[in-house]
Write a protein that binds this ligand. Structure first.
Ligand code: GCU
Length: 327
């Protein structure tokens, strides 16, 4: 009897060890490209998502996030996802607009009344159909993360009026809409990837850029463009995308777990984001940044014609109405 017990214990130990090593070997790596640092709120939200995915799939999947454009800028990363070379990426909405113009609506100037409205739009299911539709390009949008509100920041002087923007060369994300957006704000948009911005301002190729407070501080752009003028002209979503090829290699059950957990990470990400804004501003101020409030009405008026042009097709109109109804 004693012998049998001992044997059973040994067998259990061996199979536990074997089990563990099979577990470790079997974990399939999901590589995710991220263009900002590992202290960014989206990195943290993604990391928590990865941990839950690992637990809920009994260790079958393991998420590895590559920050700071290690896997390329957003445009390159999206192409890698599309052809299945990597599995996931976080990319700003303008990159996806280049594939499907309906996306322009969720990233156009002054479309959300504020963070609460944006969170409702992202978590209400209003975007589900749109997100699933990109499968035809080889990737699926799992969920949207907030990147706050974007404002202008400049090297030489603050921006208070549309006139102040005249002649300013401002970096924008890589899409037609972003170039047009910068014109309606009064300046000239220069499309460029995020990683090049700091040096371009420093060398005088640009007069400034536009982004949210967290990215401004995270990438230390206050060092080269100390005037942060709160125009809050855009609340562009960041989209968490996954390769269609890859997700189809997963069992139906694992696919559903992954989709659900990605959606659940969005309210969490909003929370981390909102908690970090003031600390980012303090960091920037401590390094000499000067923040000024701006009367946004003239900017909003100038951007009206662009808003109309971006809600022209039936699909864009329908989406715009869905968003407006959630105010
Ligand atoms: C924000 C956004 C990024 C984007 C960046 C940019 O930081 O979160 O996804 O890449 O702006 O301006 O390029």
């Amino acid at each position: 009897m004693k012998k049998t017990l001992k044997l059973t214990a040994i067998t259990a130990m061996i199979s536990a060890t074997l089990g563990l090593s099979t577990f470790a070997n079997a974990a399939i790596e999901i590589k995710a490209a991220f263009n900002q640092s590992d202290s960014h709120p989206q990195y943290e939200a993604l990391q928590a998502f990865g941990q839950k995915l690992n637990e809920e799939t009994d260790g079958r999947y393991k998420l590895s996030i590559y920050p700071n454009e290690l896997l390329g800028d957003q445009r390159a990363a999206l192409e890698l996802v599309q052809n299945g070379a990597i599995q996931m990426a976080v990319v700003a909405n303008p990159l996806i607009e280049n594939y499907d113009a309906t996306y322009r609506v969720i990233g156009m100037p002054y479309v959300y009344t504020g963070p609460e409205h944006q969170e409702k739009v992202f978590t209400s299911g209003a975007l589900d159909e749109l997100f699933a539709s990109t499968n035809r390009f080889g990737f699926e949008v799992l969920t949207a993360y907030t990147a706050g509100a974007r404002s202008m920041y400049t090297k030489n002087a603050p921006v208070n009026t549309v006139g102040d923007m005249q002649g300013n060369k401002i970096r924008v994300m890589q899409s037609e809409t972003m170039i047009k957006m910068l014109s309606c704000m009064g300046g000239t948009g220069v499309p460029m990837s995020q990683g090049e911005v700091y040096t371009a301002i420093q060398q005088g190729v640009l007069d400034g850029a536009e982004n949210n407070e967290i990215t401004y501080a995270d990438l230390k752009q206050y060092e080269v463009a100390p005037y942060f003028s709160s125009t809050r002209h855009l609340m562009v979503p960041d989209l968490v995308v996954i390769s269609s090829y890859f997700i189809n290699t997963m069992s139906k059950e694992d696919q559903e777990t992954l989709r659900r957990l990605a959606k659940e990470s969005t309210p969490e990400q909003f929370k981390i984001w909102n908690d970090r804004i003031s600390a980012a501003m303090e960091t920037a101020k401590a390094h000499g940044a000067k923040f000024n409030e701006v009367d946004i009405t003239p900017f909003q008026e100038n951007c009206q014609p662009l808003q109309q042009a971006l809600t022209d097709s039936p699909a864009q109109k329908a989406l715009f109405q869905k968003i407006a109804a959630l105010q």
